[in-house]
Design a protein around this ligand. Sequence first.
Ligand code: URA
Length: 211
Amino acid sequence: MTHPDLTVIDHPLVQHKLSLMRDNRTPSPEFRRLLREIALLLSYEATRDLPIATQRIDTPLTAMDAPMLAGPDPAVVSILRAGNGLLDGVLDVVPTAKVGFVGLYRDEETLRPIEYYNKLPKDMPGRFTIAVDPMLATGHSAAAAIDLLKRAGAAHICFICLLAAPEGVAVMAEHHPDVRIVTASLDSHLNEKGYIVPGLGDAGDRIFGTV
Ligand code: URA
């Protein structure tokens, strides 16, 4: 099943940086830097629908009605722990965003998510919310995290991931067709252990050097 709102950013800069990340010789410090840079580039597209309104300002030459971000500050929610690798790149372009964290770990046998941490910004209703996790694999963690955001009142949600598997996209289509997905690549499939192929391995391990 395909998702009604899936955007794959096939920009040359994104694709080049992603290929460097996939290479298993790329060490953690470079992997982290590339992930942050790609997060910034994906955020540019993910925030396309942020509301704007004009405000009267004076340039050195004249007065004008200038477009500015309107409404409550957006929320960025990192799905721990690998989501933290995308967080700073999003905050580079949306520095006023409020930051939340959702902790889910994957039961290695069932591959289902178990919640262990949940700290969200206040007043989620009304905030444009960006959920971040580098790997949309089975989709179970992402769908559970989005469930939690919706229970907190978030209504306008975009999910940013580095890689998506068709299986994860199908789960998101079934449970959250209203949530836009912005990714750098739709990969081939999941292997029997739930890893994305060709993928890049365990994103958390590669970000934090715990391989
Ligand atoms: N999580 C990862 O870190 N990598 C995968 O390939 C799948 C899930």
